[in-house]
Write a new protein. Sequence first.
Length: 174
Amino acid sequence: MSTVKRSQLRINALEMLRRPGTIKTVQFPVDPAVIELADPRLVPDSTIDVDLVCESLTDGIVVRGHVMGKFHGECRRCLQPLIGRIEADVHEMYQVTITDPDAFLIENDQVDLALMIRETMVLELPDGPLCKVNCAGLCAICGKDLNEGACSCPSGSVDPRWSVLDALRDQLPD
């Protein structure tokens, strides 16, 4: 399946708003470049899968569904490379005259999905992903990956950079 063009991300709102209750389903893959999303966390050459249902109301159009994509990076604890999947639920309102402060504007009788998809993806991309929820990370002393097993460093070892704060703590009354 080929990805959509920018113009295909626009839905004719005029026709839908004439008949409240009209439903339109849209499903397509979109290239991040088409929606001007150049985030290095996205997997190169991957698409964003869009599965939405648009329903007209008397005062606008509600867009519901899912936006899915792939990201890559390093685990924030053990620094191992990882690839993950983002699956975000979408529930947005588009209006000709904005009455809801969170609504998107219907411009030129068109619902433009590009901004909503881009915002959803940027908000869902993780800043500090984990390879797994219980990732043990790296030893602070020797740097060994603790997911592979314990290291030989003595337990309770304190980083010498904290010694000044330890001395201050000892001077405080209990």
